[in-house]
Design a binder for this molecule. Structure first.
Ligand code: SF4
Length: 62
């Protein structure tokens, strides 16, 4: 079963790493932060994105 992710908007600084790395899953909100817009289809890739977030704002639920 694919992982579920969510973005902690209080922590997100809008750097865009997740949006550019996984545009099917993350998109910018109107105020320049990231939100989850799609389902995770590649768990390994999402783990890399989670690790790449500079402020640890992406939370994963198994
Ligand atoms: S990588 Fe992290 S800080 Fe950057 S836009 Fe995504 S959630 Fe926000």
């Amino acid at each position: 079963m694919a992982k579920k992710v969510k973005v902690n908007l209080d922590a997100c600084i809008g750097c865009g790493v997740c949006v550019s790395s996984a545009p099917d899953v993350f998109a910018f909100t109107d105020d320049g932060k990231s939100e989850v817009v799609g389902d995770v289809t590649d768990d390994a890739a999402i783990e890399d994105v989670v690790a790449s977030c500079p402020v640890g704002a992406i939370e994963v639920e198994d």
